[in-house]
Design a protein around this ligand. Structure first.
Ligand SMILES: [Zn+2]
Length: 226
């Protein structure tokens, strides 16, 4: 049985759902999946994104694979408070960038709204990002998603920054950040060999069966599991 979202009794009980994870772990995709379910169930849904984040699209939220859902941009959540009150479900992307994230989510949930936050839990130095960890004690559900480690293909739970920029708030994609596992976080960045090549090598051994799945391509329709 799924622990979230619950569609019954939304009017009387609000809730906060938190989706944590490093970069490239599918947080925005998971936020969109949950928002779409509420949209299909005819709830009034609002998505809020951070104003300085203009990668790929200025009017919606974008995932790294370029799916888009309409979203209102802001730097301060309180600026959209009255707008949020007109909706049943409020999704917030890149929640770690908002200084007022905790009080905003708490107020809305207390008023019976469902609030879903996608956020980096940690900085590239593995420290809590801003105030975001203070959402945990007031949330109904918290998950941490894993990316694929971009060095060794294990589970990547951390965000590692390439280069020497030390400011915490730097928005970027693969050109600036890596998702890594615990071991690769401390080792120098290796360039990754394409997974296709790895699979081809493995498939040369007739005794080893490998899923012909290309993790980083757009083509997920024809995943063949063995
Ligand atoms: Zn690794």
């Amino acid at each position: 049985m799924s622990s979230f979202p619950r569609f019954s009794g939304l009017e009387s009980h609000g809730q906060i759902q938190v989706i944590f994870g490093p970069m490239f772990s599918g947080k925005t995709t998971e936020l969109m999946r949950r928002m779409k379910r509420y949209q299909i169930a005819n709830y009034h849904c609002l998505v809020i994104k951070y104003a300085k984040d203009v990668r790929y699209d200025v009017s919606g939220i974008a995932t790294h694979d370029k799916q888009v859902l309409a979203a209102l941009p802001t730097e301060h959540l309180t600026d959209l408070y009255s707008e949020a009150l007109k909706h049943d479900v409020v999704g917030i992307d890149e929640g770690q960038f908002f200084p007022d994230i905790v009080s905003f989510c708490d107020k809305l949930a207390e008023l019976g709204k469902v609030v879903i936050v996608a956020a980096l839990d940690g900085t590239f130095q593995k420290r809590g990002f801003g105030d975001i960890l203070n959402l945990v004690p007031i949330a109904e559900s918290v998950v941490k998603l894993n990316a694929v480690c971009m060095s060794c293909f294990g589970d990547g739970s951390f965000t590692k920054r390439k280069g020497s920029e030390q400011k915490v708030e730097v928005i970027g994609g693969t050109e600036m950040y890596l998702a890594t596992c615990r071991g690769c976080f401390h080792s120098p960045s290796k360039s990754r060999s394409p997974l296709k090549t790895l699979n081809r090598v493995s498939q040369a051994d007739p005794n080893v069966k490998v899923a012909s799945k290309n993790l980083f391509s757009q083509d997920v329709e024809n995943i063949e599991m063995h």
